[in-house]
Design a protein around this ligand. Structure first.
Ligand SMILES: Cc1cc2nc3c(=O)[nH]c(=O)nc-3n(C[C@H](O)[C@H](O)[C@H](O)COP(=O)(O)OP(=O)(O)OC[C@H]3O[C@@H](n4cnc5c(N)ncnc54)[C@H](O)[C@@H]3O)c2cc1C
Length: 296
């Protein structure tokens, strides 16, 4: 472990490099709320430069090898520090979570994804971000490590509100587990953004399990940027159960039901009303793409 004092464009902070999870946890225990973990830095560094975040200590976890593994043992387990670009190109990720593979190409640009990590995006918890949306749709589980031990929380518990997760100041996200997809699962990810690589104005992640003949046995649907957390559309999931994927009326009704409880914000990119309308269109298109036999 080594530390030094830095004076750069952001407010003054102390830089510490952790070489193991235990070292990172010891530094978190010492500094608590005053510290931030540094992963890919693609969200944290801009926040420091804008002085939106002012941690006294940065704990660099980039050298911790045990946070960088991808394993498949039934479920897919992605270490928090796995780079987004590596996940995008990883055969185990594409096989174990095709929806994540589809969504990653919408996250910023290749240069951003080369540094940005899967766990960093989850821990940052931006409601407009693609990765938290997909992890919620896939019922991912989050392995948290702290001084008191390890715990696992589901996506609905992990994402608390905008930029806030269930992580305590003395915990780190170690890995994300994604249940293995059923052989009958089909998925699609679609988003609308002003330019490719921008954050989504609205996005949808859809995974359906189809019976022979095209009836939907189970649907999992999550939207980005429709609420302060990834917005799981339980009403639409229920409405689609038993319907044929190419039943246009059922799809239209599910799209209406999907946004019933959503409360998107208005901003300079889109009004709340526009976001709700876009979300319905995205869901219809995503289901249409799956019905047409492909992924989107
Ligand atoms: C120009 C640009 C465009 C972008 N476009 C998009 C986009 O379209 N969609 C999108 O989703 N994102 C986008 N991003 C953000 C990018 O995806 C980030 O990589 C991601 O949000 C954060 O990952 P990171 O590894 O860089 O985390 P960092 O920036 O290092 O950290 C982010 C936060 O998470 C915490 N953290 C990181 N790792 C852990 C951990 N293991 N345990 C606990 N806490 C942790 C940090 O302390 C910090 O608070 C963009 C970024 C840039 C600069």
């Amino acid at each position: 472990m080594w530390c030094m004092l830095e004076r750069v464009k952001p407010p003054r902070f102390r830089y510490c490099e952790a070489r193991s999870v235990d070292e990172a946890l010891a530094l978190l225990a010492e500094h608590g709320d005053d510290a931030k973990l540094l992963a890919g830095g693609q969200s944290l560094i801009p926040m420091l430069n804008l002085r939106v975040a002012r941690p006294a200590v940065l704990i660099d976890v980039n050298r911790i090898a045990e946070l960088q593994t991808v394993e498949t043992n039934g479920a897919l387990r992605i270490g928090a520090l796995v780079r987004q670009r590596r996940a995008e190109r990883s055969e185990p990720v594409r096989a174990g979570a095709p929806l994540l593979g589809q969504a990653l190409r919408f996250v910023g640009h290749p240069a951003i994804r080369t540094r940005g990590t899967i766990g960093g995006s989850a821990a940052h918890a931006d409601p407009a971000a693609e990765i938290p949306c997909v992890l919620s749709a896939l019922d991912a589980e989050f392995e948290l490590r702290g001084g008191a031990g390890a715990r696992v929380v589901g996506a609905s518990e992990f994402f608390v509100t905008t930029l806030t997760t269930a992580l305590a100041p003395t915990e780190l996200l170690a890995a994300i587990r994604i249940p293995a997809p059923s052989a009958r699962a089909r998925s699609a990810f679609l988003e609308i953004a002003r330019r490719h690589g921008d954050f989504a104005i609205a996005a949808v992640a859809v995974s359906v399990e189809l019976a022979e003949g095209g009836a939907i046995e189970r649907a999992r649907i999550c939207f980005a940027n429709l609420a302060d957390v990834p917005y799981r559309a339980h009403a639409a999931e229920k409405a689609l159960r038993g319907a044929r994927i190419d039943d246009e009326r059922a799809v239209r009704e599910a799209a209406e039901a999907a946004v019933g409880d959503a409360s998107p914000a208005s901003d300079l990119h889109a009004s709340a009303r526009d976001r709700l309308d876009l979300a319905k269109v995205l869901l219809r298109r995503a289901l249409g793409a799956i019905a047409a036999g492909g992924s989107a």
